[in-house]
Design a protein around this ligand. Structure first.
Ligand code: IMP
Length: 433
């Protein structure tokens, strides 16, 4: 005991990485459980910016052991580059500190080609994927054609499996889509080398977590993406191909719910989304630029993985309540409250309207949100810069009121509030342990 879980409450990019970094200071093990290198987590420590795609953000704390769970899909090229990058920044990323589940699936170059071409072929209905081969990797997993990280234990047979899968994908790419496939022989040889280098990182991640929990160690599960991108519960089909929710955390790590202590839902103080799909509270023009920034600052709303400008809008409490229900959040963490300084007035969507009716809660799955019009509650904002607020009492009354309003609309307590990009710019409303 205990297991704490950090989950994105929106469409990803909520700032989970920096909260993981914060909570990792009080954890022994930190584990990612879903997705792949479509995720991008940025943690600022002084002048250093750590940009992570696969390795858990908990790695920045020197005492943690970090795990890549069975629910993930791993591109070995990205993982090896990230290990090198972090080593260069002075972190110890040895196999003693980073462990990869043998049941995680491997992304191959054909998956990346298929991702791009299949999204393009959707025409106007493209999802705007990150083009990292995530969908095709999970497709191979579900159709039982996948190659797993554990296959790297024998690099030679791993290489043979990669060659065979690349040939099968080449057939699909060339005959169905008329698209060239990367060379299977070359890929097989390269992946054989990656296996040699990644083999020492392989471990029984589920077993490690199970034993750690029995031994009373503290385990932190770090979500990637967000609830509204969940394959089952998100804004389908504009979702990712994994389960970034509480249930996905357990499934993607190989543990049951008995040890769960907290489930922390992370939400921005407003709403953002990258890629296509419905977004009821989206704003445009000047309003969007005020929330997004112009791209001059590292914290402006531009994708860590793709560099795409994020779509921005007002906080949607209907969808937040939905995320509370899907995940059983025990508390909320609000990020980027500082971005709302000097935004007047502030709007929060408290309910939806459609066909002459008003809905406080989503009457259907999140896939149905397109047909609703947001009904806003308006509040006076604050003009002060809040970067120096260390305690709840340092926040202007209007900022406190905004947080109270979120608590009242969701029915749960906001325990963490980030007020700036630096590691220490987080207000804790009470001790976390
Ligand atoms: P995929 O995960 O690359 O297949 O992309 C599917 C959808 O999820 C697209 O709209 C992406 O923009 C979105 N997405 C995937 N990963 C992230 C993330 O880490 N943050 C925000 N959006 C994401």
């Amino acid at each position: 005991m205990p297991l704490d879980i950090i989950i994105g409450a929106q469409w990803g990019d909520e700032g989970k990485g920096r909260l993981t970094d914060l909570l990792a200071s009080e954890s022994d093990l930190v584990a990612r459980f879903s997705g792949g290198d479509n995720a991008g987590h940025t943690v600022a420590v002084g002048a250093q910016q750590f940009r992570l795609h696969l390795v858990p953000s908990g790695i920045i704390q020197p005492h943690t052991i970090c795990l890549l769970g069975s629910g993930m899909v791993i591109n070995p090229v990205t993982l090896l580059a990230e290990i090198e990058h972090l080593n260069r920044l002075g972190l110890d990323i040895s196999p003693a500190r980073l462990k990869l589940s043998g049941a995680a699936h491997i992304t191959i170059p054909a998956h990346i080609e298929l991702d791009g071409i299949e999204d393009r072929l959707r025409g106007g209905q493209g999802l705007g994927t990150t083009r990292r081969g995530i969908g095709p990797s999970y497709t191979d997993k579900a159709s039982r054609h996948g190659i797993r990280a554990g296959d790297m234990r024998d690099p030679s047979s791993f290489s043979d499996k990669i060659r065979a899968r690349m040939h099968a994908s080449a057939h699909l790419l060339e005959s169905l889509y008329g698209h060239p496939c990367p060379d299977p022989e070359k890929t097989a040889a390269e992946y054989g080398e990656y296996a040699e280098r990644l083999r020492p990182y392989l471990a029984d991640v589920g077993g490690l977590i199970g034993r750690a929990l029995e031994d009373d160690k503290r385990v932190l599960a770090e979500g990637a993406q967000g609830t509204l991108l969940d394959l089952d519960h998100g804004t389908y089909p504009y979702v990712t191909s994994s389960s970034p929710t509480t249930a996905g955390a357990l499934q993607g790590l190989g543990v049951g719910p008995r040890h769960i202590r907290r489930i922390i839902g992370v939400t921005k103080a407003f709403q953002t989304r990258v890629g296509e799909g419905p977004f009821p509270t989206e704003v445009f023009g000047e309003d969007a630029v005020r929330l997004r920034g112009t791209g001059d600052n590292p914290w402006d709303e531009f994708g860590t993985t793709t560099g795409r400008p994020r779509r921005c809008g007002w906080l949607d409490a209907v969808l937040l309540r939905y995320a509370v229900r899907v995940n059983s959040f025990t508390e909320l963490a609000i990020t980027k409250l500082d971005i709302l300084s000097a935004v007047q007035p502030l709007l929060i969507c408290g309910s939806y309207a459609a066909e002459g009716q008003q809905f406080r809660d989503l009457p259907d799955t999140a896939a149905s949100v397109e047909r609703f019009t947001p009904v806003y509650e308006e509040q006076i904002g604050w003009n002060d810069n809040i970067w120096d607020a260390h305690f709840w009492g340092d926040l202007p009354p209007a900022a406190q009121q905004y947080i109270h309003q979120i608590e009242q609309l969701t029915g749960i307590k906001v325990k963490l509030i980030s007020v700036g990009p630096e590691r220490e710019q987080v207000i804790r409303r009470e001790s976390l342990v």
